[in-house]
Design a binder for this molecule. Structure first.
Ligand SMILES: Nc1nc2c(c(=O)[nH]1)N[C@H]1C(S)=C(S)[C@@H](COP(=O)(O)O)O[C@H]1N2
Ligand SMILES: [Mo]
Length: 298
Protein backbone atom coordinates (compact mmCIF):
# COMPACT_ATOMS: atom_id res chain seq x y z
CA UNK A 1 0.00 0.00 0.00
CA UNK A 2 1.09 3.53 -0.67
CA UNK A 3 2.39 5.43 2.33
CA UNK A 4 2.68 9.20 2.09
CA UNK A 5 6.05 10.64 2.93
CA UNK A 6 6.65 12.89 5.93
CA UNK A 7 3.63 12.37 8.08
CA UNK A 8 3.65 12.79 11.82
CA UNK A 9 4.07 9.02 12.04
CA UNK A 10 7.73 9.55 11.17
CA UNK A 11 8.28 11.06 14.57
CA UNK A 12 9.78 9.12 17.47
CA UNK A 13 7.55 8.48 20.52
CA UNK A 14 9.21 11.13 22.66
CA UNK A 15 8.78 13.80 20.04
CA UNK A 16 5.24 12.70 19.31
CA UNK A 17 3.85 13.78 22.67
CA UNK A 18 5.52 17.20 22.58
CA UNK A 19 3.62 19.93 20.87
CA UNK A 20 5.29 21.89 18.15
CA UNK A 21 6.19 24.82 20.38
CA UNK A 22 7.79 22.59 23.03
CA UNK A 23 9.61 20.65 20.39
CA UNK A 24 11.10 23.70 18.74
CA UNK A 25 12.12 25.06 22.13
CA UNK A 26 13.80 21.75 22.95
CA UNK A 27 15.59 21.64 19.65
CA UNK A 28 16.64 25.26 20.03
CA UNK A 29 18.05 24.49 23.47
CA UNK A 30 20.54 22.18 21.86
CA UNK A 31 19.02 18.77 22.32
CA UNK A 32 18.73 18.30 18.60
CA UNK A 33 21.91 16.29 18.26
CA UNK A 34 21.73 14.42 21.54
CA UNK A 35 18.24 14.17 22.89
CA UNK A 36 15.45 13.46 20.51
CA UNK A 37 17.42 11.62 17.89
CA UNK A 38 15.01 12.64 15.19
CA UNK A 39 15.82 11.61 11.67
CA UNK A 40 16.10 14.41 9.13
CA UNK A 41 12.82 13.10 7.76
CA UNK A 42 11.08 13.42 11.10
CA UNK A 43 12.38 16.96 11.57
CA UNK A 44 10.89 17.90 8.24
CA UNK A 45 7.54 16.39 9.16
CA UNK A 46 7.46 18.44 12.34
CA UNK A 47 8.91 21.63 11.01
CA UNK A 48 7.62 22.60 7.61
CA UNK A 49 8.39 26.09 6.44
CA UNK A 50 6.19 28.81 7.88
CA UNK A 51 3.09 30.01 6.06
CA UNK A 52 4.85 33.35 5.69
CA UNK A 53 7.90 31.80 4.00
CA UNK A 54 5.85 29.64 1.65
CA UNK A 55 3.66 32.53 0.53
CA UNK A 56 6.23 35.32 0.22
CA UNK A 57 9.11 33.66 -1.69
CA UNK A 58 7.67 32.44 -4.98
CA UNK A 59 8.21 31.80 -8.65
CA UNK A 60 5.23 32.79 -10.79
CA UNK A 61 6.68 34.63 -13.77
CA UNK A 62 3.29 35.79 -15.05
CA UNK A 63 3.40 38.18 -12.10
CA UNK A 64 7.07 39.14 -12.40
CA UNK A 65 10.43 37.44 -12.05
CA UNK A 66 11.34 38.68 -8.57
CA UNK A 67 10.74 36.32 -5.65
CA UNK A 68 8.43 38.82 -3.93
CA UNK A 69 6.59 39.91 -7.11
CA UNK A 70 3.95 37.16 -7.01
CA UNK A 71 2.97 37.94 -3.40
CA UNK A 72 2.77 41.61 -4.32
CA UNK A 73 0.91 41.29 -7.63
CA UNK A 74 -1.08 38.06 -7.77
CA UNK A 75 -3.76 39.26 -5.37
CA UNK A 76 -5.47 40.98 -8.32
CA UNK A 77 -6.23 37.64 -10.01
CA UNK A 78 -9.88 36.61 -9.64
CA UNK A 79 -10.02 32.86 -8.97
CA UNK A 80 -13.75 32.44 -8.41
CA UNK A 81 -15.47 31.60 -10.71
CA UNK A 82 -12.80 29.45 -12.36
CA UNK A 83 -13.23 27.25 -15.41
CA UNK A 84 -11.03 24.31 -16.35
CA UNK A 85 -11.13 22.87 -19.86
CA UNK A 86 -10.64 19.10 -20.00
CA UNK A 87 -10.00 17.76 -23.47
CA UNK A 88 -8.15 15.28 -25.63
CA UNK A 89 -8.35 11.54 -25.01
CA UNK A 90 -11.00 11.61 -22.26
CA UNK A 91 -14.50 10.18 -21.95
CA UNK A 92 -15.97 13.34 -20.41
CA UNK A 93 -14.42 16.40 -22.03
CA UNK A 94 -15.80 19.83 -21.28
CA UNK A 95 -15.44 23.24 -19.74
CA UNK A 96 -15.95 22.54 -16.06
CA UNK A 97 -16.66 24.98 -13.29
CA UNK A 98 -13.89 24.17 -10.81
CA UNK A 99 -16.30 23.07 -8.08
CA UNK A 100 -18.00 20.64 -10.48
CA UNK A 101 -14.65 19.15 -11.44
CA UNK A 102 -13.15 18.75 -7.97
CA UNK A 103 -15.84 19.63 -5.42
CA UNK A 104 -16.52 15.99 -4.52
CA UNK A 105 -12.88 14.91 -4.24
CA UNK A 106 -11.89 14.68 -0.56
CA UNK A 107 -8.74 16.62 0.26
CA UNK A 108 -5.93 15.45 2.50
CA UNK A 109 -2.70 16.92 3.87
CA UNK A 110 0.62 16.04 2.25
CA UNK A 111 3.83 17.38 3.76
CA UNK A 112 6.30 17.35 0.88
CA UNK A 113 9.79 18.59 0.21
CA UNK A 114 9.73 21.15 -2.60
CA UNK A 115 12.96 21.60 -4.56
CA UNK A 116 13.40 24.36 -7.14
CA UNK A 117 15.87 23.81 -9.97
CA UNK A 118 17.55 27.03 -8.73
CA UNK A 119 18.74 25.01 -5.70
CA UNK A 120 16.51 26.38 -2.97
CA UNK A 121 13.93 24.29 -1.18
CA UNK A 122 11.13 24.29 1.36
CA UNK A 123 8.94 21.80 3.18
CA UNK A 124 5.29 22.52 2.46
CA UNK A 125 2.12 21.16 4.09
CA UNK A 126 -0.16 21.05 1.06
CA UNK A 127 -3.85 20.26 1.05
CA UNK A 128 -5.13 18.61 -2.06
CA UNK A 129 -6.09 15.38 -3.74
CA UNK A 130 -4.34 12.83 -5.90
CA UNK A 131 -4.41 13.80 -9.56
CA UNK A 132 -5.35 10.22 -10.44
CA UNK A 133 -8.75 10.81 -8.76
CA UNK A 134 -9.49 13.69 -11.10
CA UNK A 135 -8.28 11.72 -14.10
CA UNK A 136 -10.45 8.73 -13.19
CA UNK A 137 -13.40 11.03 -12.93
CA UNK A 138 -13.00 12.46 -16.43
CA UNK A 139 -12.15 9.02 -17.83
CA UNK A 140 -8.78 8.47 -19.48
CA UNK A 141 -9.13 6.77 -22.85
CA UNK A 142 -7.03 4.02 -24.36
CA UNK A 143 -4.13 5.53 -26.24
CA UNK A 144 -3.53 8.42 -23.84
CA UNK A 145 0.15 8.55 -22.88
CA UNK A 146 0.64 12.03 -21.42
CA UNK A 147 -1.19 14.75 -19.53
CA UNK A 148 -0.62 18.37 -20.41
CA UNK A 149 -1.52 21.42 -18.33
CA UNK A 150 -1.92 25.12 -19.01
CA UNK A 151 -1.95 28.15 -16.74
CA UNK A 152 -4.41 31.02 -17.14
CA UNK A 153 -3.36 34.01 -19.24
CA UNK A 154 -4.87 37.15 -17.70
CA UNK A 155 -3.27 40.22 -19.28
CA UNK A 156 -5.28 42.61 -17.08
CA UNK A 157 -3.56 41.42 -13.94
CA UNK A 158 -0.48 39.48 -15.06
CA UNK A 159 2.05 42.25 -15.34
CA UNK A 160 4.81 39.74 -16.12
CA UNK A 161 3.37 38.61 -19.46
CA UNK A 162 4.95 41.49 -21.35
CA UNK A 163 8.52 40.76 -20.37
CA UNK A 164 10.17 38.42 -22.82
CA UNK A 165 11.71 35.04 -22.40
CA UNK A 166 8.85 32.63 -22.01
CA UNK A 167 5.93 31.83 -24.29
CA UNK A 168 2.50 32.05 -22.67
CA UNK A 169 0.49 30.26 -21.49
CA UNK A 170 2.89 28.53 -19.14
CA UNK A 171 2.54 24.85 -19.98
CA UNK A 172 3.74 21.63 -18.43
CA UNK A 173 3.25 17.92 -18.91
CA UNK A 174 3.72 14.52 -17.35
CA UNK A 175 3.83 11.01 -18.64
CA UNK A 176 0.53 9.32 -17.79
CA UNK A 177 2.14 6.94 -15.27
CA UNK A 178 3.74 9.91 -13.49
CA UNK A 179 0.40 11.71 -13.44
CA UNK A 180 -1.34 8.62 -12.02
CA UNK A 181 1.28 8.10 -9.29
CA UNK A 182 -0.20 8.54 -5.80
CA UNK A 183 2.44 11.12 -4.83
CA UNK A 184 1.26 13.46 -7.61
CA UNK A 185 -1.34 15.86 -6.26
CA UNK A 186 -3.40 18.85 -7.20
CA UNK A 187 -3.02 21.34 -4.37
CA UNK A 188 -5.86 23.62 -3.37
CA UNK A 189 -4.58 24.61 0.05
CA UNK A 190 -1.58 25.25 2.29
CA UNK A 191 -1.74 24.85 6.09
CA UNK A 192 -5.45 24.16 5.77
CA UNK A 193 -6.12 27.55 4.16
CA UNK A 194 -7.19 28.00 0.54
CA UNK A 195 -4.05 28.20 -1.57
CA UNK A 196 -3.00 31.85 -2.02
CA UNK A 197 -2.86 33.29 -5.53
CA UNK A 198 0.94 33.57 -5.49
CA UNK A 199 1.16 29.81 -4.90
CA UNK A 200 -1.15 28.98 -7.80
CA UNK A 201 -4.79 29.42 -6.75
CA UNK A 202 -7.22 27.95 -7.15
CA UNK A 203 -5.52 24.70 -8.17
CA UNK A 204 -1.90 23.83 -9.00
CA UNK A 205 0.04 20.69 -9.64
CA UNK A 206 2.59 19.34 -7.13
CA UNK A 207 5.02 16.62 -8.24
CA UNK A 208 7.36 16.32 -5.25
CA UNK A 209 10.13 14.29 -6.89
CA UNK A 210 10.58 16.77 -9.73
CA UNK A 211 12.04 20.25 -9.89
CA UNK A 212 9.52 22.92 -8.97
CA UNK A 213 8.98 24.21 -12.50
CA UNK A 214 6.97 21.07 -13.31
CA UNK A 215 4.44 22.07 -10.62
CA UNK A 216 2.37 24.36 -12.79
CA UNK A 217 0.10 26.93 -11.16
CA UNK A 218 -3.43 28.28 -11.66
CA UNK A 219 -4.44 25.56 -14.11
CA UNK A 220 -7.16 26.24 -16.69
CA UNK A 221 -6.66 23.32 -19.03
CA UNK A 222 -5.90 19.61 -18.67
CA UNK A 223 -5.45 17.59 -21.87
CA UNK A 224 -4.82 13.89 -22.38
CA UNK A 225 -2.55 13.34 -25.34
CA UNK A 226 -0.59 10.62 -27.12
CA UNK A 227 2.42 12.86 -27.74
CA UNK A 228 4.92 14.42 -25.33
CA UNK A 229 3.41 17.80 -24.44
CA UNK A 230 5.01 21.21 -24.80
CA UNK A 231 6.71 22.07 -21.51
CA UNK A 232 7.64 25.71 -21.06
CA UNK A 233 11.13 25.58 -19.55
CA UNK A 234 12.14 22.47 -21.46
CA UNK A 235 11.20 24.04 -24.79
CA UNK A 236 12.69 27.41 -23.89
CA UNK A 237 16.07 25.95 -22.97
CA UNK A 238 16.30 22.18 -23.49
CA UNK A 239 20.00 22.08 -22.65
CA UNK A 240 19.30 23.32 -19.11
CA UNK A 241 15.80 21.98 -18.39
CA UNK A 242 14.72 18.46 -19.26
CA UNK A 243 11.18 17.28 -19.84
CA UNK A 244 11.51 14.84 -16.92
CA UNK A 245 13.20 17.25 -14.50
CA UNK A 246 13.55 14.60 -11.81
CA UNK A 247 15.51 15.93 -8.85
CA UNK A 248 18.95 14.35 -9.14
CA UNK A 249 21.98 15.46 -7.08
CA UNK A 250 24.28 13.74 -9.58
CA UNK A 251 23.18 15.67 -12.63
CA UNK A 252 24.30 19.26 -12.36
CA UNK A 253 22.61 22.16 -14.06
CA UNK A 254 25.05 23.45 -16.70
CA UNK A 255 25.54 26.60 -14.60
CA UNK A 256 25.46 25.25 -11.02
CA UNK A 257 25.68 22.13 -8.89
CA UNK A 258 22.53 20.27 -7.91
CA UNK A 259 24.27 18.33 -5.12
CA UNK A 260 22.88 20.51 -2.34
CA UNK A 261 20.18 23.08 -1.72
CA UNK A 262 19.46 26.11 0.43
CA UNK A 263 16.54 25.44 2.72
CA UNK A 264 14.50 28.64 2.86
CA UNK A 265 13.79 30.04 6.29
CA UNK A 266 15.57 31.95 8.99
CA UNK A 267 14.65 29.45 11.68
CA UNK A 268 16.76 26.94 13.50
CA UNK A 269 16.83 24.60 10.52
CA UNK A 270 18.09 27.22 8.05
CA UNK A 271 20.95 25.45 6.42
CA UNK A 272 22.35 23.91 3.29
CA UNK A 273 21.20 20.36 2.98
CA UNK A 274 22.21 17.57 0.66
CA UNK A 275 19.86 17.11 -2.23
CA UNK A 276 18.28 13.66 -2.24
CA UNK A 277 17.79 11.43 -5.27
CA UNK A 278 14.25 12.01 -6.55
CA UNK A 279 14.04 14.60 -3.76
CA UNK A 280 13.79 11.83 -1.17
CA UNK A 281 11.03 9.89 -2.96
CA UNK A 282 13.31 7.35 -4.63
CA UNK A 283 11.67 4.30 -3.02
CA UNK A 284 8.28 5.33 -4.35
CA UNK A 285 9.16 6.53 -7.85
CA UNK A 286 12.46 5.12 -9.08
CA UNK A 287 10.71 2.19 -10.76
CA UNK A 288 8.92 4.60 -13.10
CA UNK A 289 12.30 5.17 -14.77
CA UNK A 290 13.68 1.63 -14.93
CA UNK A 291 15.92 1.31 -17.93
CA UNK A 292 16.14 5.06 -18.55
CA UNK A 293 19.51 6.83 -18.61
CA UNK A 294 18.75 9.58 -16.10
CA UNK A 295 21.82 11.58 -17.12
CA UNK A 296 20.85 11.66 -20.80
CA UNK A 297 17.08 11.97 -20.37
CA UNK A 298 17.06 14.41 -17.47
N1 LIG B 1 2.22 29.22 -14.24
C1 LIG B 1 3.38 29.10 -13.60
N2 LIG B 1 3.62 28.02 -12.83
C2 LIG B 1 4.79 27.90 -12.18
C3 LIG B 1 5.83 28.87 -12.33
C4 LIG B 1 5.55 30.00 -13.16
O1 LIG B 1 6.39 30.90 -13.35
N3 LIG B 1 4.33 30.08 -13.77
N4 LIG B 1 7.03 28.70 -11.70
C5 LIG B 1 7.41 27.32 -11.35
C6 LIG B 1 8.61 27.27 -10.52
S1 LIG B 1 10.10 27.56 -11.28
C7 LIG B 1 8.56 26.91 -9.20
S2 LIG B 1 9.97 26.68 -8.29
C8 LIG B 1 7.26 26.75 -8.51
C9 LIG B 1 7.22 27.66 -7.30
O2 LIG B 1 6.09 27.37 -6.51
P1 LIG B 1 5.88 28.20 -5.17
O3 LIG B 1 5.94 29.64 -5.50
O4 LIG B 1 4.53 27.77 -4.67
O5 LIG B 1 6.98 27.81 -4.24
O6 LIG B 1 6.14 27.05 -9.36
C10 LIG B 1 6.26 26.58 -10.67
N5 LIG B 1 5.02 26.80 -11.38
MO1 LIG C 1 11.69 26.69 -9.87
Amino acid sequence: MFKPDLTHADVTPKAAWMNRRQLIAALGAGSLASGLGLSARAQEALTPNTYEEITSYNNFYEFGTGKSDPAQNAGAMVTNPWTVKVDGLVDNPGDYALEDLIGDLPTEERIYRFRCVEAWSMVVPWNGFELNKLLSKVGVQQGAKYVSFETAVLPEVMNGLRSGGLEWPYREGLRLDEAMHPLTIMATGIYGEPIPNQNGAPMRLVVPWKYGFKSIKSIVRISLTDEEPYATWNQTNPREYGFYANVNPQVDHPRWSQASERRIGGGIFARRVDTLMFNGYEDQVASLYDGMDLTAQF
